[in-house]
Design a protein around this ligand. Structure first.
Ligand SMILES: NC(=O)C1=CN([C@@H]2O[C@H](COP(=O)(O)OP(=O)(O)OC[C@H]3O[C@@H](n4cnc5c(N)ncnc54)[C@H](O)[C@@H]3O)[C@@H](O)[C@H]2O)C=CC1
Ligand SMILES: O=C([O-])CC(=O)C(=O)O
Length: 266
């Protein structure tokens, strides 16, 4: 039986996800939720990719699965109500979970609806290893996020440095993951994800760097604990439509969707 999927958000991630999910057996993206003001543009873009897609302002009650790729507001506006109705949801705007009370709100809504909310690994790998290692106890988790200056446009980094004329790597934040997610919500999903898998938002140390010498989004993660040590560097190519977002983010959502219907999941 085909599972009907609703996307929340139709920006760089949503568009690429719709494009790449075409023909995936057992799944069909039937609806896309966007704010009213973006509906006409989304309709034109989506119809070019899939003629029968419906652009809507709320998640339909009969959808089987929701994938959120919209931003912080969409979690309270759309994901919480869907969970309360018992609809399983997968979330990419993990930075939003730095807002006090929101993780508990999502968990309570899923419990009330008798369903699950999945926090996707997004732009990075190794989330499974961090979450497994946590069971035996972690000592330290640190994260360094490095992006080209264009990846920091429209953020508080603009007030700290002249992004257009940087000649060397410039640290724009050195703090906890909670502070990183509060100040740079669209650039701290990774910081929030590794915190939630590991030591939590207040005990995870984060450095964010605007680096004119790189063209990729570079994520360095170091973890120490009873399990041993782990060091990962991801050099993610950004999506053409949004330099803040690594292309792997879309692939992580596709993997999640694939595993919904695969006989062997990995
Ligand atoms: N977990 C991870 O590793 C990553 C997560 N992200 C997050 O994924 C989200 C989407 O990223 P992009 O597609 O690159 O952003 P984008 O800015 O290109 O697109 C956002 C889309 O969401 C829609 N939207 C905004 N508010 C909405 C609401 N309340 N309800 C429904 N739709 C709404 C907009 O109309 C737009 O279509 C962002 O929150 C971003 O921070 C991005 C990269 C990595
Ligand atoms: O690389 C990405 O796609 C996004 C990113 O840094 C983040 O939100 O932490």
């Amino acid at each position: 039986m085909t599972q009907n999927v609703t996307l929340i958000g139709f920006g760089a991630i949503g568009r690429t996800l719709l494009q790449r999910s075409a023909g995936q057996p057992g799944l069909r993206i039937t609806h896309v939720v966007v704010p009213e003001a973006h509906a006409a543009a989304a309709q034109a873009n989506a119809a070019a990719l899939q003629a029968d897609i419906a652009i809507v302002s709320a998640v339909p009650h009969d959808t089987d699965l929701v994938v959120e790729c919209a931003g912080h507001e969409a979690l309270t506006e759309h994901v919480v109500p869907a969970l309360l109705r018992g609809t399983e949801c997968a979330v990419l705007s993990i930075g939003a979970l730095s807002e006090p009370g929101l993780p508990e709100q999502l968990a309570d809504a899923a419990a009330q609806g008798g369903t699950q909310v999945h926090l996707l690994s997004g732009a990075i790998g190794g989330v499974d290893a961090i979450a497994a290692a946590r069971i035996a106890g972690l000592d330290a988790v640190t994260y360094t996020g490095r992006k080209p200056p264009s990846g920091w446009r429209g953020t508080p980094a603009e007030a700290l440095a002249d992004l257009g004329s940087l000649t060397e790597p410039t640290v724009i934040l050195e703090d906890t993951a909670r502070e990183a997610a509060r100040l740079y919500p669209k650039n701290a999903n990774v910081a929030a994800t590794i915190s939630l898998a590991g030591l939590g938002l207040d005990a995870t140390r984060v450095r964010l760097i605007a680096d004119p010498t790189v063209t990729e989004n570079i994520h360095e993660i170091e973890v120490r604990g009873a399990f041993g040590e782990m060091r990962i560097t991801m050099r993610g190519k950004p999506l053409p439509d949004n330099p803040k977002t690594s292309a792997l983010t879309v692939l992580s959502a596709l993997r999640f969707l694939h595993n919904r219907t695969a006989t062997v999941t990995i």
